[in-house]
Ligand binder design. Structure first.
Ligand SMILES: [Zn+2]
Length: 312
């Protein structure tokens, strides 16, 4: 009547990973220093400007560039109360958008940042999936272990009874029937436990493959981050724009607010203003702590303007 019953302990493999997703770095860009004074008698009459050449790779319309230039003009004129600039399509001073490796780098950086953002989102989604799956697994595995322990206990009891009656040379009819029933019940429980074990191992497999997928996303993210850092991670200074006396060339900007700030800065040079000390000032040589959304002249900018315009 004895039956050797074997059960298998499940093997749980949770791969651990602890890769920290690190922050992206930004890069700084400098404005070009003033090359030469444009006007002999500053502020006596408005500096006239026109829209020159726009490289189509910037995707900026002439009318848009003009309206940014007009916004820049207003920033200078608002606080000074003077008419400092005047748009004139025939003006000698041209505002140009010149496309080269600087803007190409900006576009590339944008693309990589987008890529990194997508990978981060995908990592988050997989991570949430993993958490819920492994949580479900852990609860189920605990229940399974309890059921296995109970089964073992009952099996032992059954085997002891069988041994007892065998020693006596056999069991009476009613005991025999009882043991037969008990064995049938144990067999059913064994089958159920086996089913549950398979389900648990499936869960383990799914969880492990999610972990592998997550690892892949993390590797992908890290390799993208490395190439981003190699290309754009160093603090680099390059000219976003140049005023050379005859034209304002803009070489690099990220979005409209960036373009506008660069225009305000270069137009400041066209008034004869040099660079300032404070990083918040429009005329600081680096684009760093200026107010991008609502740019305004700082006291330092204003003092420079007063200086060149011989205002009180
Ligand atoms: Zn400058």
């Amino acid at each position: 009547m004895k039956r050797a019953i074997q059960y298998f302990l499940i093997i749980v493999l949770f791969s651990a990973w602890g890769i920290i997703l690190t922050n992206k770095e930004s890069f700084r860009e400098s404005f070009q220093s003033v090359k030469r004074q444009y006007i002999d008698r500053p502020c006596a009459k408005p500096v006239e400007y026109a829209i020159g050449k726009i490289d189509p790779q910037f995707g900026v319309e002439r009318t848009d560039l003009l309206s940014y230039a007009e916004e820049a003009e207003r920033v200078w004129e608002k606080d000074s109360g003077k008419s400092l600039f005047q748009y004139n399509p025939e003006a000698e001073l041209k505002i140009n958008l010149v496309f080269d490796e600087r803007q190409l780098g900006t576009i590339e950086a944008d693309k990589l940042e987008g890529e990194l953002g997508k990978l981060e989102a995908s990592h988050d989604a997989i991570s949430r999936q993993y958490d819920s799956l492994s949580g479900a697994y852990k609860k189920r595995a605990d229940d399974y272990r309890d059921a296995v322990a109970n089964y073992k206990k009952d099996l032992e009891e059954y085997n002891n009874d069988v041994a007892y009656w065998n020693k006596k040379g056999g069991a009476p009819e009613d005991e025999y029937e009882k043991l037969k029933k008990k064995r049938k019940e144990l067999d059913e429980r064994y089958d159920d436990l086996e089913k549950e074990r398979k389900i648990l191992n499936d869960l383990v497999e799914k969880t492990n493959s999610l972990a592998a997928k997550e690892q892949q996303v993390v590797n992908n993210y890290n390799s993208n981050l490395n190439s981003y850092r190699n290309k754009f991670g160093e603090a680099r200074e390059f000219e976003k724009g140049v005023f050379d006396g005859l034209s304002i060339n803009i070489y690099q900007f990220k979005e409209a607010a960036d373009l506008r700030l660069t225009l305000i800065h270069e137009m400041g040079h066209s008034l004869g203003i040099g660079h300032t000390e404070s990083p918040e000032s429009i005329m600081h040589y680096l684009m760093s702590e200026q107010e991008m959304e609502n740019p305004a002249l700082t006291e330092e900018d204003m003092n420079e303007l007063k200086g060149v315009c011989m205002m009180k």
